[in-house]
Design a protein around this ligand. Structure first.
Ligand code: PLP
Length: 495
C-alpha cells in the first residue's frame, strides 16, 4: 500500500511519500526506514523538515505503531532524524543541502590517488593462473604432479581434524604459526636441509611470496639496493619493485651468482635474493666458493642473504644440497621454504627461518597485515608430516620426476641437438638455451595455441635478456607425453 502523507498544520508543504507493501517478505519497519532514508539521500526530504509523528504515520499507513517506532529509532540512531524536545522529529538539519551524488556528477572526478608504485604495478605482467587443468601438462613451470598427491589421505586428515575441532581452535592464533607445525618443520629442516634453527625462529606464511613480502617490509626502505640473480625469479622482482627497492641484477654463471660482479655493481646493497640450491631459471647449484664469498660479503657489508629454497628436495644425481643458511655463523641469512612444490600450490603454506634477533620484528610486521595464518590447514599438515605421509610422498615423487627428467633430456638431445640444456640436476624444471632470430616470447605465444606451455627465458631478466630459451617444467608432464611435446617444440623452433 502506498500512502501520501501530507501534514496539514505544522507539516504543510511537506509531502512525504512512504511506501509499505505487505506482500513483501521485508519487515514493515525496514520498509519504512528505507523509504525515508532513500528520500533523504535524494533530498526529496530536506534537512530541517518536520516529519509526521509516529502515531500519525502509523494511522496513514494503517500499520501498528511498533514498526514506525522502530524505523524512527533507527533513523535517529543513524543521524537522519533529530528530535527537538516539545517540537517533534525533524530531518537532521546538519545534512548537506545538495545530494552527494548530484555534486559528484557535476565535478570532474579527480584521478584515484595511489602510491606511485601501485600505479606502475598496472604495467607489470600479472601472474595468470593457467585456468585450472587446461594449462597443466608439458611444460608448465612450477606445478607438481597433482594426480600422484595422496588426496584421500589428505582429505581424511582434514575430516578428522574438522570433527575434533574445539572452541579454542576458533580463536586468533599465534602470529608465528602453529607451534606443533613449527616444531615438525624445524626437525625436517635440521635433518634434511642442514638448516640451523629452532621452532621459535620459524614463521608460517602463505607461501614464499608472502615470506618475501614480509621480509621486504622488515628490511627495506624505499630506494634500498637489493641484488637479484640475472636471470632470476620474476615474482620476487615484483615484491622488491613494490617495496620501491632498487633492483640490481647480478649475472649468474655456471657457479651461481657472481659475487664479485655484485660487489662491483653495488657493494653496499642491503640484501641479495638467491636460490643457491637450484637457481631459477638456470638451475645452477651455487659452488661452495661462491657460498663462502657471499657470506663473507654479507658479514662485511652488514647485508642480508634471502635464501629461496623452493624445490631442492628433488635432486637426482646426488643427495640434496645443504642449505646456505647452515653455513652461516653470523645470522645473516633469512631462509624461505614452501610446500607449493612438494605438496600442492593452492595450499599456500610456506615458512621463513628468521635470525633470532629479528623474530619480534617479523612478528610485528606480519601482524600489521595479517594477524595470524589460518590454523586449520596447518594442523592438517602437522599430522600429514607426523604420520610419515610427507616423507613418503617426497620419496615417491623423486622417482617419478627423475624418470620424467630422464625422458625429457633424452628427447631434447635427440630432437633438438643444437640447443644447450642447463640445470636438470634438481627440481622440476630444466632450461634450454637456443640460438634463434625470433623472440622466445613470440614462440611461447605460438606454442600456447597448441597447448604447449613454454616459459620464455627472456621474461626472467630485469635488464635486457642476454640469452634466449625456455624454462621447461616436467613436474606435470607425463613421461609418455614428453616425446610428442618435444617434437612439437622442435617444429615450432624450425618454423
Ligand atoms: C623460484 C621460485 N621460488 C618460489 C616459488 C614458490 O612460490 P610460492 O611458495 O609462493 O608458491 C616458486 C614457484 O614457482 C619459484 O619458481
Amino acid at each position: 500500500m502506498t500512502t501520501l502523507i501530507s501534514q496539514k498544520n505544522q507539516l504543510s508543504g511537506v509531502a512525504t511519500l512512504i511506501s509499505v507493501d505487505r506482500r513483501m517478505q521485508k519487515p514493515i519497519y525496514l520498509q519504512i526506514y528505507e523509504s525515508f532514508r532513500s528520500r533523504i539521500v535524494r533530498r526529496e526530504l530536506r534537512p530541517g523538515q518536520l516529519v509526521p509523528s509516529t502515531r500519525q504515520l502509523a494511522r496513514e499507513l494503517r500499520v501498528s505503531r511498533f514498526p514506525v517506532l522502530n524505523a524512527y529509532a533507527q533513523l535517529l540512531a543513524e543521524g537522519y532524524f533529530e528530535s527537538r524536545t516539545g517540537a517533534g522529529t525533524f530531518i537532521a538539519s546538519s545534512l548537506p543541502e545538495e545530494p552527494a551524488t548530484k555534486s559528484r556528477k557535476a565535478v570532474a572526478k579527480p584521478a584515484p590517488r595511489l602510491r606511485a608504485i601501485a600505479t606502475r604495478a598496472a604495467i607489470l605482467p600479472r601472474y595468470q593462473n593457467p585456468s585450472g587443468t587446461n594449462g597443466l601438462g608439458p611444460f608448465q613451470v612450477g606445478h607438481p604432479e597433482l594426480e600422484a598427491f595422496p588426496l584421500k589421505t589428505w582429505s581424511k586428515l582434514v575430516a578428522r581434524h574438522s570433527r575434533n575441532m574445539r572452541l579454542g581452535d576458533l580463536l586468533y592464533a599465534d602470529a608465528m604459526g602453529l607451534k606443533s607445525l613449527r616444531e615438525v618443520i624445524a626437525v625436517y629442516l635440521r635433518t634434511s636441509r642442514a638448516v640451523r634453527c629452532e621452532a621459535e625462529q620459524i614463521m608460517i606464511v602463505g607461501g614464499s611470496q608472502q615470506a618475501l613480502d614480509i621480509t621486504a617490509r622488515v628490511l627495506f626502505d624505499a630506494g634500498t639496493s637489493v641484488w637479484v640473480e640475472e636471470p632470476g625469479y620474476w615474482l620476487a622482482h615484483h615484491v622488491l619493485k613494490s617495496a620501491e627497492c632498487e633492483v640490481v641484477p647480478v649475472p649468474v654463471d655456471s657457479e651461481g651468482l657472481d659475487v664479485a660482479a655484485g660487489i662491483n655493481l653495488s657493494p653496499q646493497a642491503r640484501a641479495v635474493f638467491v636460490a643457491p640450491s637450484h637457481q631459477y631459471p638456470l638451475g645452477v647449484t651455487m659452488s661452495a666458493t661462491r657460498r663462502f664469498q657471499l657470506l663473507e660479503w654479507a658479514e662485511r657489508a652488514g647485508s642480508w642473504i634471502i635464501e629461496d629454497d623452493y624445490d631442492s628436495e628433488y635432486r637426482y644425481e646426488s643427495a640434496p644440497i645443504s642449505s646456505l643458511q647452515g653455513l652461516d655463523t653470523n645470522s645473516r641469512v633469512i631462509y624461505i621454504g614452501t610446500f607449493s612444490k612438494v605438496l600442492f600450490p593452492s595450499l599456500r603454506l610456506g615458512y621463513v627461518v628468521i635470525p633470532p634477533d629479528l623474530v619480534d620484528r617479523f612478528a610485528v610486521v606480519r601482524q600489521a597485515a595479517d594477524l595470524c595464518p589460518p590454523p586449520i590447514n596447518q594442523a592438517v599438515l602437522t599430522e600429514f608430516i607426523r604420520e610419515g605421509h610427507f616423507a613418503r610422498h617426497i620419496r615417491k615423487m623423486r622417482q617419478v620426476y627423475a624418470e620424467r627428467r630422464r625422458v625429457l633430456v633424452r628427447e631434447i638431445e635427440r630432437e633438438i641437438p643444437a640447443c644447450t640444456i642447463v640445470g636438470g640436476e634438481a627440481g622440476m624444471h630444466l632450461t634450454i638455451l637456443i640460438d634463434c632470430e625470433v623472440s622466445d616470447t613470440e614462440i611461447a605465444a605460438k606454442a600456447a595455441e597448441r597447448k604447449l606451455w613454454l616459459s620464455a627465458l627472456s621474461l626472467s631478466y630485469v635488464g635486457d635478456a642476454a640469452r634466449r630459451g625456455f624454462v621447461l617444467g616436467f613436474g606435470n608432464a607425463r613421461a609418455s607425453e614428453i616425446p610428442r611435446a618435444v617434437r612439437l617444440l622442435k617444429k615450432l623452433l624450425k618454423a
